[in-house]
Design a protein around this ligand. Structure first.
Ligand code: ATP
Ligand code: MG
Length: 177
């Protein structure tokens, strides 16, 4: 582990490359601590449900986070992207509508930097090779169906998960599960 790791939180930018040692190995505890430290540096103390969820994610678990609206699910999603980036896995964020995808794209650019975030919708494609990609659920589902297990999808964060049960659009949420 590099000694300059702690300087990571000196800005609002989350930089997971600090967490890799010279052999590229990442310690889940270090990912968790770095994320909590970053959140605290931005003035946020994780709620218990967020804390529990982030611990599960850095431990490699799949997770359905079902908490009331406005309780900070987005921060857990940021933690998930952070953990994937730290391990060099490509991470997808999906939402049901393009406006939400676009909103999240700009928010993640602010957190992780423009070089780390891309967006793919039916209308446009921006930085499509980035390690974090924002897209609609259907775009990712089509990619999964086309490429199967060889698809470069290291993690999926699916917002508005209740669409899973939607008779018309639910398939796009179900394909990944
Ligand atoms: N631990 C925290 N302490 C204080 N504020 C927080 C914390 N976590 C999140 N917030 C703030 O709470 C607000 C709502 O969070 P967020 O949008 O992530 O909720 P959500 O669970 O995704 O809601 P929805 O179900 O409506 O999508 C945001 O302004 C966010 O900055
Ligand atoms: Mg939300």
């Amino acid at each position: 582990m590099r000694d300059d790791r702690r300087t990571m939180t000196s800005s609002a930018r989350l930089d997971p490359t600090f967490l890799r040692d010279d052999a590229g190995v990442v310690d889940p505890d270090a990912v968790y601590l770095a994320f909590v430290e970053w959140a605290e540096a931005t003035g946020i103390q994780l709620y218990p449900a967020q804390d529990e969820a982030v611990i599960e994610i850095v431990s490699g678990q799949n997770l359905i986070l079902s908490t009331p609206t406005g309780t900070g699910k987005s921060l857990v999603a940021v933690g998930a992207h952070f953990a994937a980036l730290a391990e060099g896995r490509r991470s997808y964020y999906t939402a049901p509508i393009k406006a939400l995808v676009s909103e999240k794209f700009f928010s993640l650019v602010e957190t992780f930097g423009a070089e780390n975030v891309g967006m793919i919708t039916g209308d446009s494609s921006v930085n499509a090779d980035a390690p974090i990609i924002c897209c609609t659920a259907e775009i990712l589902a089509n990619l999964a169906l086309r490429q199967g297990p060889t698809a470069d999808v290291g993690q999926v964060v699916m917002d508005e998960f209740h669409f899973y049960a939607d008779p018309e659009r639910g398939w796009a949420w179900q394909v990944h599960c």
